[in-house]
Design a protein around this ligand. Structure first.
Ligand code: ADP
Ligand code: MG
Length: 632
């Protein structure tokens, strides 16, 4: 039998390697910027088109390359950064594998322009899919510019696999942030489709974080500093009250390298125990320094996990140092509406003291007044008029339907641990909402007027305990349903503003804004965009004249960005969410008994009383069983 094994030709080997190194435009951004930093650059410009799918260009003022190196750098395993195995354990550069440029060149059109400081002329080299098309001397300034066009031009399957321009933009953006956050000593700019997204001057660490996330971060940051023999940590965590529902601002770096580590995330999160509600996450920007030989970064070119020798010790030191840093801030625990219908009593830790609780009581409340008859199903009229912007003027009491809710409950004897309102309420042909009898038998009626605590939550006693309603979320559910109903019938009208309003968009959001620019006009906004990110609003959707155009548009943008993660979502739904949130009665607004009753009534006629349009819990149920147990 003849010999079958052959060595793969270079261009195929490179394409295979590229599959590992280059997953999407953001991977190219990472490799190119890291090379620029390794080359000692103090200024790096990133230029992207279509989220990097069409073009990624990185221009640096670093060392540059000789004309021979300009050719060599595209060879596999060509690196100037290590020369012997032992170097692997003392890495001070970001790159060391010599794989990145070879991989990128195998799957894209690459143009390299580079010049050493000591030379008069630089080199211009064109490489397409590993084939060097040309190399010639050129005039250039010291440093390197690499542009990567048409990523995956020769691997259509991979190209089709890429996300939308916005998705790829988001990946590029987060890669850019990871690097910018760890190199405040380097000035960065970032352009996408010609828009200046970032212009970050050389700065200190705090200034850099503020530069990346916005001025409001300046007074959110709490410094963390701790140094031991095995581990040093510096950086910042945000104050507990600024915890976010998204985990996208958890930044860990070790020896100037971004990494992910759920174990250390846990250490940090647990330092905030009792200070932030569950499902909320403080932001952090923490920079570890450990002896280079005590970590193994040699895992995988695109992986962000790193093995640590002293994990457990670092965990404890990290947790303690954050607790200490937070120590100076007053902490209060909040009622947690993100928990599913449970009654939460935090257990006391040794040495902890509790303040006596204070409760506002509605003197008119009488829990012993009972209600009337029992019916198998109850119909609620479907309301279609949206609330006006002033809740007080428009909320009309309709006590009957609210009480009917309890009556309906009484009729049924199925026992369930959780109410699933959404599944039980369905509109019939007449547009009426029928509350089916599948209700929890604990909700027998013996209730009267609800009352409000801390101007945030409405408490409504029921025979089997009480329910607590988040007034803001409840109202936004009602408004959202009304908007969706009205919008499905007619086009949204625009109201011209007497005085136009001007505001600036965050440049990071520009690519998102451009995506929805025309759609915003469809839902009744009128505006012009000038000086890149300055918006002058001249018209606003009817019924929203009293809301701030800035708040509305920014709200739509935020919801639009969230909807990107969830896949294709109807833009009107996105707007309805944002508008409902903008207009809903805020926490801190006092409500009369009538207003509360009306709100509750409307909530239970809505499409999903249990869950807000943004997917948050509106109602918590406290049963007598649970309460009695707590008193044992
Ligand atoms: P690695 O970074 O792992 O060494 P790369 O493929 O990323 O591998 O780069 C190969 C080599 O090309 C580097 O070792 C470096 O010598 C050179 N190089 C790449 N980018 C630059 C740059 N921006 N400035 C100067 N030299 C560079
Ligand atoms: Mg590299």
């Amino acid at each position: 039998m003849s010999d079958l094994i052959k060595l793969l030709p270079d261009h195929i080997a490179n394409q295979i390697a590229a599959g590992e190194v280059v997953q999407r435009p953001a991977s190219v951004v990472k490799e190119l910027i890291e090379n620029a930093i390794d080359a000692g650059a103090t200024k790096i410009n990133l230029i992207a088109k279509d989220g990097g799918k069409t073009l990624i260009q990185v221009i640096d003022n670093g060392s540059g390359m000789s004309s021979i190196d300009a050719r060599m750098c595209f060879e596999r395993h060509a690196t100037s950064k290590i020369s012997k195995a032992d170097d692997l354990f003392h890495l001070h550069t970001k790159g060391f594998r010599g794989e990145a440029l070879a991989s990128i060149a195998a799957i894209a059109h690459v143009e390299l322009k580079t010049k050493l400081e000591t030379e008069d002329l630089g080199t211009l080299l064109i490489n397409e899919g590993t084939k060097i098309k040309s190399q010639e001397p050129c005039s250039a300034s010291t440093g390197t510019s690499i542009s990567v066009k048409n990523l995956f031009f020769n691997i259509p399957a991979r190209r089709n696999f890429l996300g939308t321009n916005l998705t790829e933009y988001k990946h590029v953006l987060s890669e850019f942030m990871r690097i910018a956050l760890v190199h405040p000593e380097v000035a960065f700019t970032f352009h996408n489709n010609g828009d200046l997204i970032y212009n970050l001057p050389i700065a200190g660490l705090r200034q850099r974080i503020v530069g990346v996330f916005g001025d409001k971060y300046n007074n959110r940051l709490v410094p963390v500093n701790e140094e031991t023999d095995i581990f040093k940590v510096t950086g910042f965590v945000t104050k507990p009250e600024f915890a976010r529902t998204s985990r996208d601002q958890m930044f860990l770096f070790v020896n100037n390298r971004y990494f992910k580590d759920t174990y250390f995330n846990h250490a940090i999160q647990s330092a905030f125990d009792g200070m932030v509600p569950s499902k909320k996450f403080p932001s952090y920007f923490l920079y570890f320094e450990v002896p280079t030989e005590s970590i193994d970064v040699n895992v995988h070119p695109t992986k962000t996990e790193i093995k640590f020798e002293n994990r457990q010790e670092i965990y404890s030191i990290l947790r303690a140092s954050i607790k200490q840093a937070l120590g100076q801030f007053n902490v209060s625990s909040t009622i947690d509406f993100d928990q599913e219908n449970t009654f939460q009593v935090p257990s006391l830790k040794k040495g902890e003291t509790v303040d006596a609780p204070t409760i506002k009581v509605n003197a008119g409340f009488n829990p012993f007044t009972s209600t009337t008859s029992v019916s198998q199903t109850t119909t609620f009229p479907k309301t279609s008029t949206p609330y006006s912007s002033s809740p007080k003027s428009s909320i009309k009491p309709d006590v009957n339907s609210w009480e009917n809710y309890y009556e309906a409950a009484k009729a049924n004897h199925e026992t369930e641990t959780q109410l699933e309102f959404g599944t039980e309420i369905t509109p019939n042909e007449n547009g009426e909402v029928i509350l089916q009898s599948k209700m929890d038998n604990r909700f027998e009626s013996n209730t009267k007027a609800p009352y409000q605590i801390h101007d945030k939550y409405i408490i409504s006693p029921i025979k089997s305990g009480f329910i607590m309603i988040d007034q803001y979320r409840a109202h936004s559910r009602v408004l959202y349903d009304n908007l969706i109903n009205t919008w499905s019938d007619e086009t949204v009208k625009s109201q011209q503003l007497l005085f136009s309003e001007e505001f600036k968009l965050s440049t990071v959001d520009l690519p998102f804004f451009k995506e929805i620019e025309l759609k915003l006009k469809d839902v009744g906004f009128d505006f012009i965009l000038k000086d890149t990110n300055s918006i002058t609003v001249t018209g606003i959707p009817v019924d929203f004249e009293n809301e701030s155009p800035k708040q509305l548009i920014e709200g739509v943008l935020t919801k639009f960005k969230e909807s990107q993660q969830e896949g294709d979502v109807d833009f009107k739904q996105v707007c309805a969410k944002a508008f409902a949130n903008a207009k809903a009665i805020k926490k801190g607004v006092k409500l009369t008994a009538e207003e509360m009753e009306h709100l509750i009534n409307e909530l239970f006629s809505s499409s999903n009383p249990q869950t807000s349009p943004s997917g948050k819990n509106i109602i918590i149920t406290y049963t007598m069983d649970e309460i009695t147990k707590k008193f044992n």
